[in-house]
Design a protein around this ligand. Sequence first.
Ligand code: ADP
Ligand code: MG
Length: 252
Amino acid sequence: MDTRNASLPGVVVDIRHKDYRSGLRTLEALHFRAGPGEFVALIGPSGSGKTTLLKIVAGLDTRFEGQVARSPTARLGFMFQEPRLLPWLTVEQNVGLVLNALPPTQQGALRAHLQELLTQVGLQDFRTAFPGQLSGGMQRRLALVRAFVIRPELLLMDEPFLSLDEPTAEQLRRQLLVLWQQTGSTILFVTHNLREALMLADRVLFLSPRPAHLILEQPVPSPRPRTMAQMAVLEQQLLHQYPELLSGVLHE
Ligand code: ADP
Ligand code: MG
Protein backbone atom coordinates (compact mmCIF):
# COMPACT_ATOMS: atom_id res chain seq x y z
CA MET A 1 0.00 0.00 0.00
CA ASP A 2 1.37 3.37 -0.93
CA THR A 3 -0.58 6.30 0.44
CA ARG A 4 2.05 8.93 -0.12
CA ASN A 5 0.58 12.32 -0.58
CA ALA A 6 2.16 14.11 -3.53
CA SER A 7 0.90 17.47 -2.27
CA LEU A 8 3.20 17.34 0.76
CA PRO A 9 6.19 19.62 0.28
CA GLY A 10 9.73 18.32 0.08
CA VAL A 11 12.87 20.23 0.89
CA VAL A 12 15.55 21.92 -1.20
CA VAL A 13 18.96 22.43 0.42
CA ASP A 14 21.32 25.01 -1.11
CA ILE A 15 24.08 25.71 1.38
CA ARG A 16 27.02 27.77 0.14
CA HIS A 17 28.85 27.32 3.43
CA LYS A 18 28.39 27.00 7.15
CA ASP A 19 31.15 28.27 9.45
CA TYR A 20 31.00 27.99 13.22
CA ARG A 21 32.10 31.06 15.15
CA SER A 22 35.43 29.36 15.85
CA GLY A 23 36.00 29.69 12.10
CA LEU A 24 35.48 25.98 11.52
CA ARG A 25 33.93 25.40 8.10
CA THR A 26 31.58 22.40 8.42
CA LEU A 27 29.56 22.51 5.20
CA GLU A 28 30.55 23.79 1.79
CA ALA A 29 28.67 23.78 -1.52
CA LEU A 30 26.13 21.28 -0.25
CA HIS A 31 23.18 21.07 -2.60
CA PHE A 32 20.43 18.47 -2.79
CA ARG A 33 16.69 18.09 -2.77
CA ALA A 34 14.29 15.58 -1.25
CA GLY A 35 11.02 15.19 -3.09
CA PRO A 36 7.63 15.02 -1.38
CA GLY A 37 7.35 11.71 0.46
CA GLU A 38 10.88 10.72 -0.47
CA PHE A 39 13.08 8.77 1.96
CA VAL A 40 16.64 10.10 1.68
CA ALA A 41 19.52 8.64 3.70
CA LEU A 42 22.69 10.64 4.38
CA ILE A 43 25.89 8.85 5.18
CA GLY A 44 29.22 10.46 6.05
CA PRO A 45 32.19 10.38 8.42
CA SER A 46 31.85 11.40 12.05
CA GLY A 47 32.37 15.14 12.45
CA SER A 48 31.59 15.84 8.79
CA GLY A 49 28.64 18.08 9.61
CA LYS A 50 25.58 15.82 9.41
CA THR A 51 24.00 16.98 12.66
CA THR A 52 24.82 20.56 11.71
CA LEU A 53 22.99 20.01 8.42
CA LEU A 54 19.86 18.61 10.10
CA LYS A 55 19.79 21.54 12.53
CA ILE A 56 19.94 23.94 9.61
CA VAL A 57 17.12 22.14 7.79
CA ALA A 58 15.08 22.19 11.01
CA GLY A 59 15.57 25.94 11.25
CA LEU A 60 17.36 25.59 14.61
CA ASP A 61 20.56 27.07 13.15
CA THR A 62 20.20 30.07 10.86
CA ARG A 63 23.86 31.12 10.79
CA PHE A 64 24.87 29.89 7.35
CA GLU A 65 25.22 31.20 3.81
CA GLY A 66 22.63 29.87 1.41
CA GLN A 67 19.05 28.72 1.51
CA VAL A 68 16.87 25.89 2.67
CA ALA A 69 13.46 25.85 1.02
CA ARG A 70 10.66 23.97 2.70
CA SER A 71 7.11 24.85 3.54
CA PRO A 72 7.27 27.15 6.58
CA THR A 73 4.02 25.68 7.86
CA ALA A 74 5.04 22.04 7.40
CA ARG A 75 4.85 19.97 10.57
CA LEU A 76 8.39 19.01 11.41
CA GLY A 77 9.54 15.95 13.36
CA PHE A 78 12.99 15.22 14.76
CA MET A 79 14.36 11.94 16.12
CA PHE A 80 17.75 11.79 17.81
CA GLN A 81 20.38 9.23 18.73
CA GLU A 82 19.01 8.94 22.26
CA PRO A 83 15.25 8.51 22.72
CA ARG A 84 15.13 11.71 24.88
CA LEU A 85 12.08 10.65 26.87
CA LEU A 86 11.09 12.47 30.04
CA PRO A 87 11.53 9.91 32.85
CA TRP A 88 8.84 11.42 35.12
CA LEU A 89 6.12 11.21 32.45
CA THR A 90 4.28 8.05 31.39
CA VAL A 91 4.48 6.55 27.90
CA GLU A 92 1.22 8.28 26.94
CA GLN A 93 2.24 11.60 28.46
CA ASN A 94 5.62 11.60 26.70
CA VAL A 95 3.88 11.42 23.33
CA GLY A 96 0.97 13.67 24.37
CA LEU A 97 3.46 16.43 25.11
CA VAL A 98 4.21 17.03 21.43
CA LEU A 99 0.48 17.31 20.66
CA ASN A 100 0.09 20.07 23.24
CA ALA A 101 2.22 22.28 21.02
CA LEU A 102 -0.27 22.00 18.11
CA PRO A 103 -3.40 24.16 17.55
CA PRO A 104 -6.25 22.77 19.73
CA THR A 105 -8.38 22.05 16.63
CA GLN A 106 -5.82 19.46 15.45
CA GLN A 107 -5.32 17.77 18.79
CA GLY A 108 -8.49 15.67 19.08
CA ALA A 109 -7.95 13.52 16.00
CA LEU A 110 -4.27 13.15 16.76
CA ARG A 111 -4.99 11.87 20.29
CA ALA A 112 -6.91 8.98 18.72
CA HIS A 113 -3.99 8.54 16.32
CA LEU A 114 -1.65 8.36 19.32
CA GLN A 115 -3.55 5.36 20.71
CA GLU A 116 -3.52 3.61 17.32
CA LEU A 117 0.22 4.13 16.97
CA LEU A 118 0.96 2.78 20.45
CA THR A 119 -1.01 -0.34 19.54
CA GLN A 120 0.70 -0.60 16.17
CA VAL A 121 4.16 -0.74 17.74
CA GLY A 122 3.03 -3.06 20.56
CA LEU A 123 3.07 -0.55 23.42
CA GLN A 124 -0.69 -0.62 24.13
CA ASP A 125 -0.19 -2.33 27.50
CA PHE A 126 2.47 0.17 28.58
CA ARG A 127 0.50 3.43 28.32
CA THR A 128 0.91 4.20 32.01
CA ALA A 129 4.42 2.78 32.35
CA PHE A 130 7.41 5.09 32.78
CA PRO A 131 10.37 5.11 30.35
CA GLY A 132 12.64 3.55 32.97
CA GLN A 133 10.41 0.46 32.94
CA LEU A 134 10.89 -0.05 29.19
CA SER A 135 13.67 -1.87 27.35
CA GLY A 136 15.95 0.11 25.04
CA GLY A 137 14.06 -1.15 22.00
CA MET A 138 10.70 -0.16 23.50
CA GLN A 139 12.04 3.31 24.28
CA ARG A 140 13.01 3.75 20.62
CA ARG A 141 9.57 2.53 19.53
CA LEU A 142 8.08 5.15 21.79
CA ALA A 143 10.37 7.78 20.26
CA LEU A 144 9.17 6.63 16.81
CA VAL A 145 5.54 7.06 17.85
CA ARG A 146 6.35 10.52 19.20
CA ALA A 147 8.00 11.44 15.90
CA PHE A 148 5.03 10.26 13.81
CA VAL A 149 2.09 11.22 16.00
CA ILE A 150 1.93 14.72 14.53
CA ARG A 151 1.92 13.24 11.00
CA PRO A 152 5.10 15.14 10.11
CA GLU A 153 5.48 16.45 6.58
CA LEU A 154 9.22 16.48 7.12
CA LEU A 155 10.99 14.11 9.51
CA LEU A 156 14.68 14.53 10.37
CA MET A 157 16.32 11.45 11.90
CA ASP A 158 19.84 11.69 13.36
CA GLU A 159 21.28 8.16 13.71
CA PRO A 160 18.15 7.04 15.56
CA PHE A 161 19.01 3.32 15.72
CA LEU A 162 22.64 3.64 16.76
CA SER A 163 24.05 1.12 19.27
CA LEU A 164 21.08 -1.24 19.23
CA ASP A 165 21.44 -4.96 18.75
CA GLU A 166 20.72 -6.01 15.17
CA PRO A 167 17.34 -7.77 15.73
CA THR A 168 16.02 -4.73 17.62
CA ALA A 169 17.32 -2.34 14.97
CA GLU A 170 15.78 -4.49 12.25
CA GLN A 171 12.36 -4.45 13.93
CA LEU A 172 12.55 -0.67 14.29
CA ARG A 173 13.47 -0.28 10.62
CA ARG A 174 10.43 -2.29 9.61
CA GLN A 175 8.19 -0.23 11.87
CA LEU A 176 9.70 2.98 10.54
CA LEU A 177 8.96 1.93 6.95
CA VAL A 178 5.33 1.11 7.80
CA LEU A 179 4.87 4.46 9.55
CA TRP A 180 6.52 6.31 6.67
CA GLN A 181 4.28 4.61 4.11
CA GLN A 182 1.18 5.42 6.18
CA THR A 183 2.18 9.04 6.69
CA GLY A 184 3.88 10.02 3.44
CA SER A 185 6.51 12.09 5.28
CA THR A 186 9.63 13.33 3.56
CA ILE A 187 12.47 11.81 5.56
CA LEU A 188 16.14 12.78 5.92
CA PHE A 189 17.82 9.91 7.75
CA VAL A 190 21.44 10.19 8.93
CA THR A 191 23.30 6.94 9.54
CA HIS A 192 26.76 5.39 9.60
CA ASN A 193 25.41 2.07 8.44
CA LEU A 194 25.39 1.71 4.65
CA ARG A 195 23.32 -1.47 4.75
CA GLU A 196 20.74 0.31 6.88
CA ALA A 197 20.69 3.25 4.46
CA LEU A 198 20.18 0.88 1.50
CA MET A 199 17.49 -1.02 3.39
CA LEU A 200 15.44 2.08 4.09
CA ALA A 201 15.99 4.79 1.53
CA ASP A 202 14.85 5.70 -1.95
CA ARG A 203 18.17 7.46 -2.39
CA VAL A 204 21.45 7.49 -0.46
CA LEU A 205 23.58 10.64 -0.37
CA PHE A 206 27.27 10.16 0.47
CA LEU A 207 28.94 13.10 2.20
CA SER A 208 32.64 13.93 2.21
CA PRO A 209 34.68 14.59 5.35
CA ARG A 210 34.37 18.17 6.67
CA PRO A 211 33.50 20.51 5.09
CA ALA A 212 30.69 18.25 3.93
CA HIS A 213 29.57 18.20 0.34
CA LEU A 214 27.99 15.50 -1.77
CA ILE A 215 30.34 12.91 -3.24
CA LEU A 216 27.78 10.46 -4.62
CA GLU A 217 24.05 10.20 -5.00
CA GLN A 218 22.89 6.61 -5.23
CA PRO A 219 19.26 5.69 -5.97
CA VAL A 220 18.09 2.39 -4.47
CA PRO A 221 15.76 0.88 -7.05
CA SER A 222 15.07 -2.39 -5.18
CA PRO A 223 11.38 -2.90 -4.43
CA ARG A 224 10.31 -3.15 -0.79
CA PRO A 225 10.24 -5.18 1.37
CA ARG A 226 14.02 -5.52 1.12
CA THR A 227 16.16 -7.92 3.11
CA MET A 228 19.46 -7.14 4.78
CA ALA A 229 20.99 -10.02 2.79
CA GLN A 230 19.98 -8.37 -0.52
CA MET A 231 21.36 -5.09 0.74
CA ALA A 232 24.66 -6.73 1.69
CA VAL A 233 25.07 -7.69 -1.98
CA LEU A 234 24.24 -4.16 -3.11
CA GLU A 235 26.68 -2.79 -0.55
CA GLN A 236 29.50 -5.00 -1.86
CA GLN A 237 28.78 -3.89 -5.43
CA LEU A 238 28.89 -0.23 -4.43
CA LEU A 239 32.11 -0.59 -2.44
CA HIS A 240 33.67 -2.49 -5.31
CA GLN A 241 32.68 0.24 -7.74
CA TYR A 242 33.72 3.10 -5.43
CA PRO A 243 36.37 1.74 -3.02
CA GLU A 244 36.92 5.14 -1.35
CA LEU A 245 33.24 5.78 -0.73
CA LEU A 246 33.18 5.10 2.97
CA SER A 247 36.70 6.21 3.90
CA GLY A 248 36.35 7.62 7.36
CA VAL A 249 32.83 6.26 7.85
CA LEU A 250 33.55 2.67 8.83
CA HIS A 251 36.33 3.36 11.30
CA GLU A 252 34.29 4.86 14.10
P1 ADP B 1 28.45 14.89 12.55
O1 ADP B 1 27.03 14.94 13.01
O2 ADP B 1 28.62 14.60 11.09
O3 ADP B 1 29.27 13.95 13.37
P2 ADP B 1 28.52 17.63 13.48
O4 ADP B 1 27.59 18.36 12.58
O5 ADP B 1 28.03 17.31 14.84
O6 ADP B 1 29.09 16.34 12.75
O7 ADP B 1 29.84 18.50 13.66
C1 ADP B 1 30.63 18.93 12.54
C2 ADP B 1 31.84 19.69 13.06
O8 ADP B 1 31.41 20.91 13.65
C3 ADP B 1 32.61 18.94 14.14
O9 ADP B 1 33.98 19.18 13.94
C4 ADP B 1 32.14 19.57 15.43
O10 ADP B 1 33.14 19.51 16.41
C5 ADP B 1 31.84 20.99 14.98
N1 ADP B 1 30.77 21.61 15.77
C6 ADP B 1 29.54 21.08 16.00
N2 ADP B 1 28.78 21.92 16.71
C7 ADP B 1 29.55 23.03 16.95
C8 ADP B 1 29.35 24.26 17.65
N3 ADP B 1 28.18 24.54 18.21
N4 ADP B 1 30.37 25.14 17.66
C9 ADP B 1 31.56 24.87 17.08
N5 ADP B 1 31.81 23.73 16.40
C10 ADP B 1 30.84 22.81 16.33
MG1 MG C 1 25.99 13.85 14.44
